[in-house]
Design a protein around this ligand. Structure first.
Ligand SMILES: [Zn+2]
Length: 108
């Protein structure tokens, strides 16, 4: 893959990412993830599902594109206003695929 891939982002705001693959929040959505690219469970009163990650104590959050598996680091976007691809995960296989499924189940 191209190590220099960068998503489009507006105003240092991670919710405005247009992924390299073309996905946005209003299309397939973007998911908050940890530094391994595993979707984090953001709250509620129920326990964290086995498939998902706990909210990172250091608040070092990443944004996962569930369409292509590219992951962006929120802190980089907020500091620099650019969104280089931090790393990439396989969204079609466990454990990421299962965590994404549970993320959508819990958020709808
Ligand atoms: Zn993408």
């Amino acid at each position: 893959m191209d190590d220099n891939e960068t998503a489009t982002v507006t105003g240092h705001d991670v919710t405005t990412i247009t992924c390299v693959c073309g996905n946005t929040v209003s299309q397939a959505g973007l998911i908050q993830a940890n530094s391994d690219g595993v979707p984090v469970y953001a709250g509620g009163n129920t326990p964290v599902p086995d498939t998902m990650a706990k909210w990172p104590p250091d608040e070092d959050l990443y944004t996962l594109c569930p369409s292509c598996g590219r992951v962006y680091r929120d802190a980089t976007i907020e500091e620099t206003g650019t969104a280089p691809v931090a790393f990439r995960v396989d969204v079609t296989a466990a454990p990421i695929a299962e965590a994404i499924r549970d993320h959508w189940n819990l958020s709808t």
